[in-house]
Ligand binder design. Structure first.
Ligand code: HEM
Length: 487
């Protein structure tokens, strides 16, 4: 009996030693448990409400332990700006010990740590995306071409009700495929179906409790548990990317790039000894760009049409502006946004409420630093609660309503408050912002010009609460579509 009690006491002592220490002057936070940290404080299916609750108790900058790893959660515009804009490079790292780092092998661009590899690839990608505006087939042409397929789908369904999920997903997926590989896939193509299934599975695992357990308890990482499926799916994508790159190598003309892969192959041809460009990096960055571009854009479009159907007076006001500005023109251009302040305000308001990437991508401090008076050691994981900025009282005239006036001044001109951060800000800010904004504008305007979208009577009251994930998705809904009388 005495021996058992002694052993139990010894175990308790060692477990308590595993309880992570709180660094000096670290932001406050809830008490944590050995091994698990604060996992029990969070609903792993959707922690957003917990983050708000903890903010109410501990303030705009507080700490949590993900297993034994300390993390700081940043809330509200003031703290967010100080961290990612003012002290930009201090907060520009990415954590390197997560499930997602193992799946991506610390390559690509999104989860690569702050350093030369990331900088070279970010710079190259931004330049390449920008140059498509000047190339033979501009970004705008690629997007407008794809929209015609969406228009055809809607025309076929005019007068009827349809589920828009797959349609918007296909549009976003094909646009980024056009940019990366110069090709689009038919909606029933078996290869793209396989790739889409792989991504869906990977996202589900990365969003779910298995990834959280993988991050928190390193001991389980080599066990045959469901997270291994993500590694298999990654291999499927990489071998598909290898085929596409090989095809490009056979057909490309050096110095005359047709798409992102050709631009990268040109770069490889001219690379110097220190360059960090490689074919493996090309496959990995294609993965990153495809993933980063698809669900984000299609979920924002889904949110757009959910709101536009349920606020028909706003939909009509958009249509009036579109009809007026585009009168006599056969198609919209991105330039037209400058004459459409109301449409711009509506799209921005949709992005504000869609809060598509609610916790951004996790950051990490690159050196010992401080924030709002607290000390944060190098290597601390940083979680940006973007929702807390996008709906912050004091930053918006109507923080809790769908109201385009959040982006209009008294003269009816479009204005963009600094707290508009759906793409984050600072050096790690979304590098596809330009492409995403072009897609959202061209797609929404083209569709609203041609069709009216009606919330089906039988659908009952709309539910605007999204489903949580790395990206927020509106709950599945249906839409009734009607060709407008002037079309
Ligand atoms: C509505 C659509 C989109 C939204 C809301 C969105 C949002 C975001 C956010 C919040 C981040 C994290 C930024 C940070 O860590 O501070 C991010 C990163 C990123 N996004 Fe987007 N994104 C969208 C579309 C796109 C598109 C179309 C592309 C592809 C070209 C793209 C490529 C990337 C990349 C590569 C990063 C990582 C940047 C880095 O680590 O340097 N995104 N995005």
């Amino acid at each position: 009996m005495f021996v058992s009690l002694f052993l139990l006491g010894l175990c308790a002592f060692f477990i308590l030693q595993l309880k992570p220490p709180r660094p000096k002057n670290f932001p406050p936070g809830p008490p944590s448990l050995p091994l698990l940290g604060n996992l029990l404080h969070l609903n792993l299916e959707n922690p957003l409400k917990d983050f708000e609750r903890l903010r109410a108790s501990y303030g705009n900058v507080y700490s949590l332990f993900i297993g034994s790893k300390p993390a700081v959660v940043i809330n509200g515009f003031e703290a967010m700006k100080e961290a990612i804009v003012v002290k930009a490079t201090d907060f520009a790292g990415r954590p390197q010990d997560l499930f997602i780092n193992d799946v991506t092998q610390r390559k690509g661009v999104v989860m690569v740590d702050y350093g030369p590899m990331w900088r070279e690839h970010r710079r190259f990608t931004l330049k390449t995306l920008r140059n498509f505006g000047l190339g033979k087939k501009s970004m705008e042409d690629r997007i407008l071409e794809e929209i015609q397929h969406t228009v055809k789908t809607l025309e076929k369904n005019s007068g009827q009700t349809l589920s828009p999920q797959v349609m918007f997903h296909n549009a976003a997926s094909n646009i980024i495929c056009q940019v990366l590989f110069g090709k689009r896939y038919k909606y029933d193509d078996q290869t793209i179906k396989l790739i889409v299934r792989c991504f869906a599975e990977m996202t589900k695992i990365a969003n779910g409790p298995w990834a959280m357990l993988y991050d928190s308890i390193p001991l389980i990482r080599h066990l045959p548990l469901p997270f291994n499926k993500a590694f298999e799916n990654m291999e499927i994508f990489l071998s598909h990317a290898r085929c596409l790159v090989n095809e490009h190598k056979k057909t490309r003309v050096s110095g005359e790039p047709r798409d992102f892969v050709d631009c990268y192959l040109d770069e490889l041809e001219n690379k110097n000894d220190e360059s960090m460009f490689s074919e493996e990096q090309l496959r990995r960055i294609s993965f990153d760009l495809y993933v980063a571009a698809t669900d984000t854009t299609s979920n924002t479009l889904l949110t757009a049409f959910l709101y536009l159907m349920n606020y028909p007076h706003i939909q009509e006001q958009c249509q009036q502006e579109i009809d007026q500005v585009l009168e006599g023109k056969d198609r919209v251009t991105f330039e037209d946004r400058l004459s459409m302040p109301y449409m711009q305000a509506v799209i921005h308001e949709i992005q504000r409420l869609a809060n598509t990437v609610p916790l951004s991508a996790f950051h990490c401090t690159t050196k010992d630093t401080d924030l709002m008076g607290y000390s944060i050691p190098k290597g601390t994981m940083i979680i940006q609660n973007l929702n807390s900025v996008l709906r912050e009282e004091g930053q918006w005239t109507f923080p809790h309503e769908f109201n385009p006036e959040n982006f209009l001044n008294e003269q009816g001109e479009f204005v963009k408050p600094e707290a508009f951060m759906p793409f984050s800000a600072g050096p790690r800010m979304c590098l596809g912002e330009g492409l995403a904004r072009m897609e959202l504008f061209l797609i929404t305007v083209t569709l609203l010009r041609k069709f009216s979208f009606i919330w089906p009577e039988e659908a009952g009251k709309p539910d605007f609460t999204p489903v949580f994930g790395v990206t927020l998705t509106p709950k599945p809904y249906t839409m009734k579509v009607k060709l407008r009388s002037n079309h």
